[in-house]
Design a protein around this ligand. Sequence first.
Ligand SMILES: Nc1nc2c(ncn2[C@@H]2O[C@H](COP(=O)(O)OP(=O)(O)OP(=O)(O)O)[C@@H](O)[C@H]2O)c(=O)[nH]1
Ligand SMILES: [Mg+2]
Length: 285
Amino acid sequence: MAERSHRSGVVALLGRPNAGKSTLLNRLLGQKLAIVTAKPQTTRSRILGILTLPAAQVLLLDTPGFHASPKALNQALGDVVDQVARDCDLAVLLVDPRIGWDEDHEALRSRMERRGAKILVVATKLDLAPPPPDAPVDLALSAQTGEGVDAFLAALVGGLPEGPAYYDADQLTDRPLRFLAAELVREAAFEALSQEIPYETAVEIDAFDESDPAITRIRANLLVEKKSQKGMVVGKGGQMIRRIGIEARKSIEEMLETHVHLELWVKVEPRWSKKPNRLKSLGYH
Ligand SMILES: Nc1nc2c(ncn2[C@@H]2O[C@H](COP(=O)(O)OP(=O)(O)OP(=O)(O)O)[C@@H](O)[C@H]2O)c(=O)[nH]1
Ligand SMILES: [Mg+2]
């Protein structure tokens, strides 16, 4: 009897900051796993989303957007992209039609092809603009409306090698809930804060107590690099930090499907973003 073939493998979502990688990951999984903001450079580390289908398991790797910059944090982000390019079965290069195709896209595509890696070029945000005419686009979609997403998923599955399911069907990610909760706090801070401050904040979960089934108690530190930033994050009479806390609590409650008590502190930690060990302990490996 012929066995029905099962496919599996790692699909890396690559692209410039803000191209829509995390939004697409969430759309494919039907659940919010990766945080999304209107600001570029939202995603800081790779997150695996596990999509289990009847005849395939697609391991979707969300990555930080690629760009050139000398800072240590950006160096770490660049390393992630390189590593992903090496390890995936299929790379998807997402292009924002309003930004278009540039030499970095071209360089990434040719680097992948030189390595013999499969690459799919996908134009995003189809609801906003048609695919850029000069880009070698294989597919176009909107992660927002869902248009083109089914065809995209079929192309992904078709591009994967035969292989077994590596994870249980009910496992959605390789990241612990603590990390996802920290990300949701960071998302709320990104949305609420302006200019450069979001990029100099990080979130550390200090306590995560699920012992009471009725309510999960979380204590988190919002790290900033400078004393002056602390004042802005706390806000007048604590208004800003309260707002961040309320938004973060709501989204953590949605994720955990339980009540959450969130205690949020602002802590000055100079140069956290320049220290490789610190980046690692914050989950940005
Ligand atoms: N209209 C529209 N907006 C989209 C679509 N996909 C993403 N966006 C928006 O684009 C912005 C960036 O989306 P993200 O998913 O965070 O982009 P990203 O590529 O993960 O960005 P980084 O993590 O910063 O690299 C957000 O404001 C999204 O809501 C889409 O299909 N249509
Ligand atoms: Mg992202």
